[in-house]
Each structure stands twice: as structure tokens, then as C-alpha cells.
Design a protein around this ligand. Sequence first.
Ligand code: ADP
Length: 644
Amino acid sequence: MDTSENQPGVQSPDLAAAQAQIAALEQALAEAKAREERYRLLSDAALEGILIHERGIILDANAALGAMFGYAVHDLIGQDALILAAPDTRPLVAQKIAANFAGAYTGTGLRSDGSTFPIEINGRPILYRGRAARLAVIRDLTEVLAAQEALRRTQERYRMLAEHVRDVIWTMDASGRFTYVSPSVEYLRGYTAEEVMQQSLDQVLTPASLAQVEDYLQALRAGSNDPDLLDPDRRYVLEQPCKDGSTIWTETKVNLIRNVDGRPIGVLGVSRDITERRRFEAALAQERTLLRTLIDNLPDSVFVKDLQGRFLLNNAESLRRMGVSSQEETLGKVTADFFPEKAAEWDALEQQVIRTGRKLVHEEGVIRSDGDEHWIRSTQFPLYDQQGTMIGLAFINQDLTEQKAAERQQYELEMERERTAVLERFIGDASHSFKTPLTTMRVSLGVLRRTDDPAKVAEHLNILSLQVDYLERTLDDLLNLIQLDRDLTLELERLDARDLIDAAVRSGQTMALGKGHTLEWQRPDMGFPVFGDFSRLKRTLDVILLNAVNYTPYGGTITFGVKSEGRQVCITVADTGIGIPDTDLPYIFNRFYRVDPARDVSTGGMGVGLTIARKIVEAHRGWIKVESVPGQGTTFKIYLPVAQ
Ligand code: ADP
């Protein structure tokens, strides 16, 4: 630094004073040097490039500037500052210098190797060593711009994302004003994002939904630090008005935006349209209500249990039958809590359904809490989830008490009708059965009164005797039937079927011969023991033999037989008679049933013989079968259990 200009001449003879002056000057010089050194150190330490020029000619520069542009600092001194600017930036720089502009502007820097880079130039006039110069602070913007670009790209990506999802993404400041709304809002609400940005909250939410978020908004406005607000997964289901006057339902997730101190300054929200889902849920709920109403109005008791037998659901009738008034009283409870004495039995049935997976129906009488006995039909079946796993059992219990009573009444009514019909038929049959022989008897009596002819007398006495026999038999049949209906006590003994047949053949022989029939019976050597009432079983064979005789034209053959069939003894009576049509076969054992009712009584009885025969056999735990070929003959088979 040159200070000679300001140095006064040494005119004073006072050497001491002159020396003091020199010392002061030297000190000033040293201070100035030190200052300049400090300045150099400072400017070299700076990251920004510092340049001092006078009308564009570089006077000084720091190390950072040299490094930034690729020059040694001493090479730059005396150069035109414009060599540091790219050609397109030079006019701007020249203009700023000419205008002695104070402030920052950007441009493109040019390195010594010809490469360019973005720079910010902050220029202002300064006094440099007493001369009017300019100071330029130059900042390399390469990294700043790259960071800005990266930020812009990221923002762009988020924006793209926000703008391409159906969900509406939005941000709001602490005062409740929207700062961003993604365009998808238009799909949801019909308003464009720009329109929504202008809307106040009471235009965005229905009053009820607004009330729902009021606390949250208040906390936000107050900058509250409520930990509840920190919950990053806060959700609301909100109803929002649409442009067309309708409303939609959204599920809205909100996240607080905080400043560096953690104070909430806004909200980031994502709103999703759940109108369809709500509609579906509402439909489902409605369906549930409908089903509930339905099952509650059923007269049957309907309930559901889990696999541990705990009640899950009972309809109104079920609750009533259990003697409780609300569902809560049954929840979690089991059969034993309500019907302790039935629990073991019913639990076993439930276990059976769980084990087999099959529906089970059973009927039984139960005593209800009201003490009445009820007849119940219970239908229970397994319930499965969508994966096919059994999850419980459903029960439908019908009360059959009234139905049973009605059925019984109906049955009794029918029985009564049947009895009346039987009586009418009986009176008809009986009068016919009695009238004909009585007429015959009257005729014979008339003849007897008038004649002395011994032959005629004998003939008519015989007729009278036959008719009396017939009447007696008919009356016997009727009495028998009545007695058998009332009480059928058997006098059981161990007997041999062969002896039964012997007895029947013996007593029927004359009657058969009278009609020219042959009775065939080959008594086997082997015995056929049965337990039975001899006289009753003999009566059965009598009835069958009588029919065989009556319904076989003159000169027929009636064959008896006996054999073992498994654990049964089978007695057969086969004739060569007129046979029984297939259509009549199922009915011949019914009382008063006769294949041809108009048939002459002399060839048959009142249609009760086979009824009696079957009653007797069944009382012996046996059964009668009949096989017949019309025109060829009929075979009766009597089965009786073998006596051990
Ligand atoms: P009925 O007193 O009329 O013989 P039954 O009850 O003994 O009454 O028999 C009912 C009907 O079965 C008879 O009226 C007859 O029509 C028919 N029937 C019974 N046995 C024979 C048989 N061996 N051959 C043909 N028809 C028979």
C-alpha cells in the first residue's frame, strides 16, 4: 500500500517529534497490512467467488473465484471480467455494470475449459483503494438448481399420483381453508378442484358430518397438542353434498401437517367414496331386519347355537318358550341352563348333527315352563361359513300339539264315520242274511202245516234244520267278531299243527262230501310245534275250509299241507275253486267284505269269516297270505312262529 501521498514532509528540527511521527506511520502501515491480510484470509475462506473490478477490468479476486472458473487468481488480475460470463450472459453483465446496479441476478458462467454453469451474481459499487470499483459476489448455482429440480420432480410425481387416483387427496391450512384438492374430486362430487378450493367447510360437509369433525377442527385451529390428534390413522365417515344436489359418503383419513416445532399447521387428507359400500351395507342391514322380522313372526321356535352349544340367536317364539324376555338372557347359555333334565339327551342329538353333518328331525313331548305338555318336532342342521367350515347349528322347533289334536279329532271323526258306515252295511248285510233263511223257514213251516206226507215233512224239517244251523253260525260269527274286537285272550299251549289240521278235516269232512269235494291231507311224520290257542286256531282253519268248500264248484279238491319256513310253521289250504280277482285280494280280510255281495247266502257268510281268522292268527304273532288265480283256485297260507 502506497502511503507517500499522505505523508507530510520532515521539516521539524524536532527529531523526537519526527521519530514519533515515523513510528506512528509505521504502526499505521502495519495495521493496514494486518487489515489487508485479514481481508484476504476472509475472502479466500469464503465459498462464494469474490471479484473486484473497475469498469470491467479485474482488480482483485479470491481463491474461491479462481477455483470456480478454473483460473489462478493472479492470471485474472487485469483481465476483462466478462470472460467469466458465457456469451449469452455478457450483455446482461455489461448492462448491470454500466448501470452501476446493486443487487443479485442470475446468468451463466464460463469456465476456462469452456464449460458453462449457472451462477448468481450479486454486484454493488464499492470504494477500492480510494477508487470507485465494483464488488461482485458470485455463487455457483449448479447444486442449488439440481436440488430444486429434484424437489420439483418429486412434487410433480406426488401431484401426478394425487391427480390420477380416484381418492381425493387434499390439504388444508389450520384455519380450515383448502390449500390443495386433487382433480378426482370432480368424479366424487361433481365440483371441479378449483370450485372446491373456494368452498367453505359447510359447503363441503353436511351439517351432521360437520358437527362430527368440529372437535378436530377446533383442536387444529387452537394448535392443540392433544395426543389424540397425533393419531396418524384418524378416520371419519362423512356425508358430502354434490353439485347435482345428491350426497355421497366418504371415508376420510386425516393426518396433521406440523411445523418444525411440532405445532399443527394444517391437514393432509384422503377421501374415498364409500357410497356404494354404504348402500350395500344398508341393503344388508335392511335384509337382516327383514329376516329378523320374518323369523320373529314365525310360530315356530327358531334358534342358532355355536358348536359349544351356546345360544347365539333366538327368535321371539323361542324366547317365549324358554320363558325369558330378551336375547341377552340366553346369550352364552346352554341347554342345561334352561332344560336341565333334558340337557344330556338333547346335547347328544346336537353332537350327532355335528359329527355327521346331516340334518336331524325328531319328535317328542316336552313339558314347558308353563307346565303344559307340548308335542314338538325339532329339525336341526349344521351351518357353514363361506369356506365350508361348520360354525354352528340351526334349530326349527315346531309345536305339533294343536296339529296332533286336530289330527286326532279328524281321525276320530273318520272312525265315527267308518263305524256308522259299518253299522249301515251290517244292518243291510244282516237283514239280508237273516231275511233269506227266515223266508225259506216260513215256506217250510207253511208246507209242514198243510201236509201229512212223511217224505215232504222230512224234507222240510231238514231245510228248517239247515237254516237254523246257518242262522246260528251267522250269529256266532257276529258274536265272535264283537268278542274278538273287545278282548282277545288266548289260552296258549304247546301244540302240533298236524293235530289242528286233523281236527279241521274231521269236522269239515261231511260238509265237503255234501258238495262232492275231496279233502286231501297227508299227515307228515315230523311234528310241527307251535304255541297257540287250539280252539281259536281250529276256528281259523274252519273259516278257511268253509270258504274253500263254498267257493269251489261241485267235485273240487281241497288240499291241506304243513311245512317249515325258517322260524315259521306254514299251514296251507288250497282249493280248485273260482278264485279271487286281483282287485279284490287286498280287501277280503276286511270285515263285511264280499267279492260279490249279491252272491247267494247259501254259498257264503256275511263277510266276517276271514276278518276273524286274521285277527286270531295275528294275535299269535303270525300272519295270513292268500294267492289266487281266478277260475283255477285259491291257496291260503297261515304262518305261525315255531315253538322252541
Ligand atoms: P264270507 O262270509 O262271505 O265267506 P269271508 O270273510 O270268509 O266272508 O270271505 C270274504 C270273501 O272272500 C268272500 O265273500 C269271498 O268272496 C272271498 N273268498 C274267501 N275265500 C275264498 C275262496 N277260497 N275262493 C274264492 N273266494 C273266496
